[in-house]
Design a protein around this ligand. Structure first.
Ligand SMILES: Cc1cc2nc3c(=O)[nH]c(=O)nc-3n(C[C@H](O)[C@H](O)[C@H](O)COP(=O)(O)OP(=O)(O)OC[C@H]3O[C@@H](n4cnc5c(N)ncnc54)[C@H](O)[C@@H]3O)c2cc1C
Length: 490
C-alpha cells in the first residue's frame, strides 16, 4: 500500500469514527496492514452498545455445524428480505474472525477439554455462540481491543471527540470534521472514512441501548449524500427491565436466560408465549399482554443464575432479587437492522465513505436480526472495510473543510413520538403523523415504514397485517436527494 506523502498531522490513511466493537476492530485491522489510523471516539468506553453486549458472537465452529446451516438460520430470521450474499459472507467468515480475536488476545470461554464453549440461542439450530466471561462478552472484547488500539503506534486515538460532518469534495468523501469536547474543530483527511457510530435504537423512548445510539452515522452519511436502507426495521427486544429508576429502566435481560429455561408469565402466573420463538413474535406477544392491562414478568427462579453474574448484580442494585421473585419486563427498541446502505465490502454509495457494525446496512439481517449475528457482523465487515479502505486512491490536499452537520440528538418529543407511532405495531395514520416530526431521521423512518405496506419481522402494520410476497428481497432505499426507491438485493 502506498502512503500519502504530505506530512500533515491532520492526515491519516483511514479515519474510523466510533470505538465500539466494529470501530476498534476495523482500526486494528487497518493498522496491522500498515495504515495510519485516526480513531475518533466520542464517548468513554462504557457508552457503546458493544460494551453492553451480554450474549456473544455467532460463528459456525462446532463439528456438527457449517456456514450453510448458520446461513439457513440467518435467512429464516430475516423473513425473506435478507441479502443472501451478505449472509453468506457473514457465515463463512465469522469463524476466522473469532480465531483472529483469539490471536489478538481475547480469551473466550472454554469447555472442560479446553475447546471453545458454544452456547445455544433462540433461532440457532446449533450451538454456535462464543462468550467471553459469560454474559460480560461485550465488556471483555471492547476492553481488550481498546487496550490494543490505545498502545498501537499507528493508531491515533482522538478521545472525547465527535465527528460532526463528513468531508466531501468532487463527489468523493475525503475525510471528516471532528470536534474535541474541550477543543475546537479539526479537519481530518483520509483515503477511507469508516463510520462505526452504532445504531439508532435510542431514538425510541424505551430502549435497551446507550443514550447516544441515535443513528449518528446515518445522519452524517445522509447529509453527505449517501443512501440509507431498511430503516423501517427496528428490532424490539421482548425482555427489558421495567423500573421507575431511569438508570435501570430498559436494562436488557438477555435471551440466554430464556434459553436456560426462564419463563414469561403474567401477574397471575400464566404463561402466554413459547419463550424461544423468534424475537419479534415474543415481543409482540408481550406487548399485547401489556396492551390488555396485564403485567409481564420474567421468572428466573428455576435457572442457574451463576452464569449471569452481571445481570444478577444489576438487578440487585435495582432492588430486585431474581432468585426469589419474577421481575417486570416490557419490550424496548434494541437493534437497527437498517442503516447506511453498503455493498459487501462496507462501501456506501458515496465513494470513500464506509459504514460498519450497526451503522451499516448490507441487507444481511433482513427484517429481523438473528441473535448474536451483530457482533459477528462488526468483525466480518470491519475486516472487509479495513482492507477495502486501504485500496482507495490517495486524497488530494482538500479545500475548505465542511461546516458541522445537523445535530444527531433528537428532542424528547421525537423519542416519544417514535415509540408511540413507529413502535411494535404501526398504522398509516400514526406514521403520517410522524412524517411531520421536526427531527429529519424520524421523518425518513416514517417514510420508509409508510412505504412498506405489509407486516414482516420487526415491521408490523396493523393496517397491513399480511406479508406481501412481492416485497421478498426488496429493500427500501432512501437517497440524500429525492427519489426513494425499492431495490432487489441478492
Ligand atoms: C444490551 C445489549 C446487549 C446486546 N447483546 C448482544 C450480543 O450478545 N450479541 C450480539 O451479537 N449483539 C448484541 N447486541 C447488539 C450489539 O451489541 C451491537 O449491535 C454492536 O455492539 C454494535 O457495535 P458497533 O461497534 O456498531 O456500535 P457501538 O458499540 O454502539 O459503538 C458506537 C461507538 O460510536 C461512538 N460514536 C457515536 N457517534 C459518534 C461521533 N459522532 N463521533 C465519534 N464517535 C461516535 C459511540 O460513542 C460508541 O462508542 C446487544 C446490544 C445491547 C444494547
Amino acid at each position: 500500500m502506498a502512503h500519502d506523502t504530505t506530512p500533515d498531522a491532520s492526515r491519516a490513511d483511514v479515519i474510523v469514527v466510533g470505538a465500539g466493537a466494529a470501530g476498534l476492530y476495523t482500526a486494528l485491522v487497518a493498522a496491522r496492514e500498515g495504515a495510519r489510523v485516526a480513531l475518533v471516539s466520542r464517548s468513554p468506553l462504557a457508552e457503546s452498545a458493544s460494551y453492553w453486549a451480554q450474549g456473544g458472537i455467532a460463528a459456525a465452529l462446532a463439528d456438527d455445524d457449517s456456514a450453510e446451516l448458520h446461513m439457513e438460520d440467518t435467512l429464516s430470521a430475516g423473513r425473506g428480505v435478507s441479502r443472501e450474499g451478505a449472509a453468506r459472507v457473514l457465515c463463512e467468515e465469522a469463524p476466522a474472525r473469532v480465531r483472529d480475536l483469539e490471536a489478538l488476545g481475547v480469551r473466550f470461554d472454554a469447555d472442560r477439554r479446553g475447546a471453545l464453549a458454544l452456547g445455544l440461542e433462540g433461532g440457532h439450530s446449533r450451538r454456535r455462540v462464543v462468550h467471553a466471561g459469560g454474559s460480560a462478552t461485550g465488556r471483555r472484547i471492547t476492553r481488550d481491543l481498546s487496550a490494543l488500539a490505545a498502545r498501537h503506534q499507528r493508531i491515533e486515538v482522538l478521545e472525547l471527540t465527535s465527528a460532526s460532518s463528513v468531508w466531501v469534495e468532487d463527489g468523493r468523501c475525503i475525510g471528516a470534521l471532528v470536534e474535541a469536547k474541550d477543543g475546537g474543530p479539526r479537519a481530518l483527511l483520509a483515503r477511507g472514512t469508516v463510520l462505526a457510530t452504532g445504531g439508532a435504537a435510542a431514538l425510541w423512548e424505551r430502549t435497551s441501548n446507550p443514550r447516544g445510539a441515535t443513528g449518528v452515522g446515518m445522519t452524517l452519511a445522509h447529509a453527505a449524500g449517501a443512501d440509507l436502507a431498511d430503516i423501517e426495521f427496528m428490532q424490539f427486544h421482548p425482555t427489558a427491565l421495567v423500573s421507575s429508576d431511569d438508570g435501570h429502566d430498559g436494562f436488557l435481560l438477555t435471551e440466554a436466560l430464556r434459553g436456560e429455561g426462564a419463563t414469561l408469565i403474567t401477574e397471575d402466573g400464566e404463561r402466554f408465549v413459547e419463550e424461544l420463538s423468534p424475537r419479534d413474535e415474543v415481543a409482540l406477544a408481550v406487548q399485547r399482554q401489556l396492551g390488555d392491562g396485564r403485567t409481564v414478568l420474567l421468572d428466573m427462579r428455576a435457572i442457574d443464575l451463576g452464569r449471569f453474574p452481571n445481570i444478577v448484580s444489576a438487578l440487585h442494585t435495582a432492588g430486585l432479587d431474581p432468585a426469589s421473585q419474577p421481575v417486570p419486563v416490557a419490550p424496548a427498541a434494541h437493534y437497527t437492522m437498517g442503516g447506511v446502505a453498503t455493498d459487501l465490502h462496507a462501501r456506501s454509495s458515496l465513494p470513500g465513505l464506509y459504514a460498519v457494525g450497526e451503522t451499516g446496512c448490507t441487507g444481511l439481517h433482513g427484517a429481523n436480526r438473528l441473535a448474536s449475528n451483530s457482533l459477528a457482523e462488526c468483525f466480518v465487515f470491519g475486516w472487509r472495510a479495513a482492507h477495502a479502505a486501504l485500496g482507495e486512491p490517495a486524497v488530494p490536499g482538500g479545500g475548505a473543510p465542511p461546516a458541522p452537520g445537523p445535530s444527531p440528538v433528537p428532542p424528547p418529543e421525537t423519542r416519544h413520538a417514535l415509540w408511540r407511532l413507529a413502535g411494535l405495531e404501526r398504522t398509516r395514520a400514526g406514521l403520517e403523523q410522524l412524517a411531520g416530526d421536526p427531527f429529519p431521521l424520524a421523518r425518513l423512518i416514517a417514510g420508509s415504514a409508510l412505504a412498506r405496506e405489509e407486516s414482516r419481522g420487526a415491521h408490523q402494520r396493523a393496517d397491513h397485517p399480511a406479508t406481501d410476497p412481492e416485497l421478498d428481497l426488496r429493500h427500501f432505499v432512501v437517497p440524500a436527494a429525492t427519489g426513494a426507491r425499492w431495490e432487489e438485493w441478492r
